[in-house]
Design a protein around this ligand. Structure first.
Ligand code: MTE
Length: 302
């Protein structure tokens, strides 16, 4: 798999430097250091200043039910997945439907680092330094038609490489969906890596969605199909438990899950005695995305 056109920190600066870079960015010297990274990796205005979790946390505590339902199963089993070659079928209401090879996609989009908060509906959270490109760039390649209102996503179905598809009772393939304006929002990315590494398989290699203001299950992994449609798509967790998992799934500390509160979260990696912290509306991205939901009842549309 070619990641050669991904400009990574390691290409431009030694590892010790980039690990400290975000602290440096505050002062004038920091500004110069940031410029030296070039436009693709200048600090994205969409990145948080929070310290990212180490890769060991991010790649060992996972939900990827295709590889089992325990948090360590994906890291143990995902090596079975073949990811090369990889293509994404883009169909439905687009001008240029077809099979888009990943290597080809990566020559036509601009990748950059986005350090995002990540909040799981189970109340744990992390900070992840993704590498990826805005989903709107992929949708523009395919040419979204005027009548399209939603985007549906599917993970691959390959039970011979994904033991969870033989044993876990979810509707396979895993599927998710966004409203078109959510999908076109610049915060919504297709991620291909973490830190300066290609995406670990357990995190959804080679291509996964990341929607940082929604609960983590919306961020579907290992995507093989993207469909533009005028109907609200079916989504895996909503099909299983519609009253627990709505279509929108925006992080909202005021709307409890039927079985637990969403007011607080526990950052992963802080050890047994890690302090819980308050969960923020839209996971801290309210300034960017609240207007998408103007006039909507966020309890009904949870
Ligand atoms: N995508 C697929 N295909 N299968 C899954 O089981 N789990 C979701 C989401 N995407 C899941 C998936 C859930 S519940 C969460 S919290 C995040 O992936 C976890 O992402 P991470 O393991 O990279 O932290």
């Amino acid at each position: 798999m070619a990641y050669k056109n991904v400009l990574k920190y390691s290409d431009v600066t030694p590892r010790a430097d980039y690990l400290n870079r975000r602290q440096l960015m505050g002062g004038a010297a920091g500004l110069a250091a940031g410029m030296a990274l070039g436009p693709a990796l200048g600090a994205s205005k969409y990145s948080t200043d929070l310290k990212p979790n180490p890769l060991e946390d991010i790649a060992s505590y996972n939900n990827f039910y295709e590889f089992g339902s325990a948090k360590g199963d994906p890291a143990n089993n995902a090596h079975m997945l073949t990811i090369d070659p990889w293509s994404v079928e883009i169909d439905g209401m687009v001008d240029r439907p077809g099979s888009y090879g990943l290597e080809d996609i990566l020559t036509k989009v601009t990748q950059e680092e986005r350090i995002y908060r990540f909040r799981c509906v189970e109340t744990w959270s992390m900070v992840v330094p993704w590498v990826g490109f805005e989903l709107n760039q992929l949708l523009d390649l395919a040419g979204v038609q005027g009548a399209a209102k939603y985007v549906a996503f599917q993970t691959l179905y390959r039970p011979e490489e994904m033991p969870g598809q033989r044993s876990v009772s979810l509707e396979w393939p895993y599927r998710e969906g966004l409203r078109l304006d959510e999908a076109m929002h610049p915060l919504t990315i297709m991620a291909t890596g973490i830190y300066d590494e290609p995406m670990p398989k357990q995190n959804g290699a080679p291509l996964r969605l990341v929607v940082p203001w929604k609960y983590g299950y919306k961020s579907i992994k290992s995507i093989v199909r993207v469909t533009l449609t005028d109907k609200e798509p079916q989504t895996t967790w909503n099909m299983l438990q519609p009253n627990e998992y709505g279509f929108y799934s925006n992080v909202n500390p005021e709307v409890s899950h039927p079985r637990w509160s969403q007011a607080y979260e526990k950052p992963i990696g802080g050890g047994l005695f890690a302090k819980r912290q308050e969960t923020l509306m839209f996971n801290g991205y309210a300034d960017e995305v609240a207007s998408l939901y103007d006039g909507m009842d966020l309890v009904v549309n949870h």
